[in-house]
Write a protein that binds this ligand. Structure first.
Ligand code: T5A
Length: 228
């Protein structure tokens, strides 16, 4: 089905998040999806976490430089939460209210996977922070890109070149394997919201899988198709 044959839902925008381990191709695929949706004359906002608003970008620098790690897992999680609070209230929610579709590179599942499953921050604390930062806001669709850890890390290293690995890229291979498993569990626990995408193919093939998932999940009825 071409984009021109689709009657896109109107009203509030849709919130689509991309998740996965390091180097799984989130940024690459968000850009491709945004280009395709823009070609269909959709209003699209591409954003990211940590970051996405001026205040949250400052927090991004703190956590990715490793300064947050020095404070311990709970405090580091609070930094991510503070960044998310600003991002949700100043950028994501207003855009959705105006009918813009928001494509976000990482969101609350990253906190569950990185800080919850691997950092051992208690779920009760993460849930409490989530109530404050995002309230009832939930992604309409979460694309989880799945890739063997060694391939993701190779891709991330190739992209980085001679640059220094950030705070999470520098973690040991066991951390990244645990991360992959945490995401597989999130996908299995919430199948209505999450789609697991095999990211171990060329970018065009992965983009095709994502497009199919988006079409099936967010344009589910034949009534969405306009004859041309
Ligand atoms: N974090 C974040 C938390 O701990 N808690 C939180 O709550 C949040 C929100 C953010 C870090 O913060 C942590 C998680 C992260 O460690 P980041 O710099 O934003 O860090 O980086 P990541 O989100 O991890 O993303 P990456 O930059 O590692 O990679 P992407 O976006 O998944 O991958 P991408 O698209 O940049 O691709 C990587 C390389 O692979 C190539 C690309 O060209 C690029 O060179 N590539 C492919 N090559 C072959 N085949 C394909 N299909 C390819 N797709 C892409």
């Amino acid at each position: 089905m071409s984009e021109s044959a689709v009657k896109w839902p109107s009203g509030r925008g849709r919130f689509v998040t991309f998740e996965g381990g390091e180097g799984t191709g989130k940024s690459t695929q968000i850009k491709r999806l945004a280009d395709r949706l823009k070609a269909a004359r959709m209003r699209i906002l591409v954003t990211r976490e940590p970051g996405g608003s001026p205040g949250a970008e400052i927090m991004r620098h703190l956590v990715l430089s490793g300064m947050g790690k020095l404070l311990g897992p709970e405090a580091e999680t609070l930094l991510f939460a503070a960044a998310r609070d600003d991002h949700v209230h100043t950028v994501i929610q207003p855009a959705l209210n105006q009918g813009t579709w928001v494509l976000c590179d990482r969101f609350a599942d990253s906190t569950r996977a990185y800080q919850g499953s691997l950092g051992r921050v208690p779920a009760a604390l993460i849930n409490a922070m989530q109530r404050v930062t995002i309230g009832d806001l939930k992604p309409d669709l979460t694309i989880i890109l799945d890739l063997p850890v060694e391939i993701g890390l190779q891709r991330a290293a190739a992209r980085r070149g001679s640059g220094t690995p950030d705070r999470f890229e520098a973690e040991k291979p066991g951390f990244h394997q645990g991360l992959r498993e945490a995401y597989l569990k999130i996908a299995a626990d919430e199948p209505a919201r999450c789609v697991l995408i095999d990211a171990n193919s060329d970018p065009d093939t992965v983009a095709g899988r994502i497009w199919t998932a988006l079409r099936d999940r967010l344009l589910p009825t034949p009534a969405s198709v306009v004859s041309i």
